[in-house]
Design a protein around this ligand. Structure first.
Ligand SMILES: C[S@@+](CC[C@H](N)C(=O)[O-])C[C@H]1O[C@@H](n2cnc3c(N)ncnc32)[C@H](O)[C@@H]1O
Length: 394
């Protein structure tokens, strides 16, 4: 694969034109309008500039940048509240704009707009991802782990959004302390950009489901941190083959498997099914669960446009299953509450793939968002059920 083309940003500072490499995890284009801001810049001014499309290169104290970002965020909240009030008045006249799934799409737009504004606060880091800003933490290891080394010759500075740096620092924290998986009495160590199993009620479903008669070969499709493959290996599947499209996920899964000294899991970079693999007695998959377009590479674990992955997984399952093999599909029904898909459609895809439902195990998520009554999607989120669908050839 060709390395992505390097991109650069330019700005005026001290009467000279400066240039640095541009990095953006969300694939945002290099900003064309950049102004210098520091501790003297007010939050109102920063918010006004950022919401009008100007990027702000921070030259003040590192911790003050974090506070500025929070202050901008509060201003976005206030603007959104005012616009929600205006919409509510209009909605009285046109109730369809309040209807789900419009609400879901509106919420995504609001979130994307917030992310765009917040990502306009920028940092310049040197070739080791270090910064000489006052009170700047050591960011080098976290940024190298998240974004890779900047350049081999080590002579190229970069500009990136403060939020991306915060993401890298946060991920380094998770990677160090891990996510405790209560049901299994072990911890999983997520890497930057890999789906972190912080909501893992579904683990109990995988522990409760009776294994098919001969769990000799099991696949974990879309393995992420490797969590489901690890559960299968711990439940005595003889050979587990785990795939993912994301190289970051595969590195992360490999790290977790090594930490647990499991020797019966093989990893493969693949679109869905492994190649050159024996037929599976068990295929497990926890696919991205929302049928919408990801707005950044980090969202590929959550959004599956037109449910393409899910439908292709089901369509080809039979040809990868051994005799009496089973598919364990982990699926939230949030999409149904959001009216983005019906239960009949899902059952139709099972039937079209020549699969029938052997049994279903359910669990109700207990995460904070499902309890937050101020969330416009509360009604849908609070009714969400996550299921393990056990499917077998009809
Ligand atoms: C919801 S995450 C689940 C991760 C993990 N199995 C778990 O339960 O924690 C979905 C995973 O599927 C992967 N994925 C998405 N599309 C894929 C495809 N076509 N082939 C293989 N993996 C895919 C994503 O990279 C992500 O790691």
């Amino acid at each position: 694969m060709l390395a992505p083309q390097k991109q650069y940003v330019q700005w005026h500072e001290n009467d000279i034109v400066q240039e640095a490499r541009w990095l953006s995890e969300s694939n945002h284009a290099p900003p064309t309008r950049i102004v210098i801001v520091d501790d003297k810049t007010t939050a109102d001014e920063a918010y006004r500039l950022a919401s009008q499309g100007t990027s702000l290169l921070w030259r003040g104290d590192f911790h003050n940048a974090r506070q500025l970002l929070q202050a901008i965020n509060r201003r976005i909240d206030r603007t959104n509240e005012r616009s929600a009030l205006r919409k509510a008045k209009k909605t009285a006249k046109s109730p369809e704009s309040k209807a789900i799934p419009n609400l879901f799409h509106q919420q995504r737009q609001v979130t994307a707009q917030r992310a765009r504004i917040l990502s306009r606060l920028l940092l310049e880091l040197d070739a080791d991802y270090d910064s000489n800003l006052r009170r700047a933490p050591d960011m080098s290891a976290a940024c190298i782990a998240a974004f890779g080394p900047l350049n081999e010759k080590g002579d190229e500075a970069c500009v990136l959004s403060f939020r991306d740096v915060q993401g890298a620092l946060g991920a380094a924290g998770w990677r160090e302390k891990g996510v405790k998986i209560d049901h299994l009495d072990l911890s999983i160590y997520p890497h930057y950009g890999v789906f972190a199993p912080t909501r893992h009620e579904y683990v109990q479903l995988l522990l409760d489901a009776p294994l098919p008669v001969m769990p000799d070969v099991a696949y974990d499709i879309g393995t992420g941190t490797g969590l489901l493959a690890i559960i299968l290996a711990k439940r005595d599947a003889k050979q587990v083959i785990a795939t993912d499209l994301s190289p970051r996920a595969l590195t992360c899964a490999s790290d977790n498997i090594e930490r647990l000294e499991l020797t019966n899991i093989q990893l493969q970079e693949a679109n869905l099914y492994p190649t050159d693999a024996p037929p599976a007695n068990l295929i497990v998959c926890n696919p991205p669960w929302l049928p919408a377009k990801p707005s950044s590479p980090l969202e590929y674990a959550v959004y599956d446009p037109n449910s393409t992955m899910l439908r292709e997984l089901l369509r080809d399952a039979k040809q990868h299953l051994a005799e009496q093999g089973e598919v364990w599909l982990i699926l939230s029904d949030l999409v149904e509450h959001l009216k983005l898909r019906t239960r009949e459609e899902l059952l139709g895809w099972f039937a079209d793939s020549g699969l029938t439902v052997k049994y279903r195990l359910d669990t109700q998520p207990k995460h904070n968002r499902s309890q937050d009554e101020s969330d416009p999607l509360f009604a849908a989120r609070s009714s969400e059920v996550t299921s393990l669908w056990c499917l077998q050839p009809a």
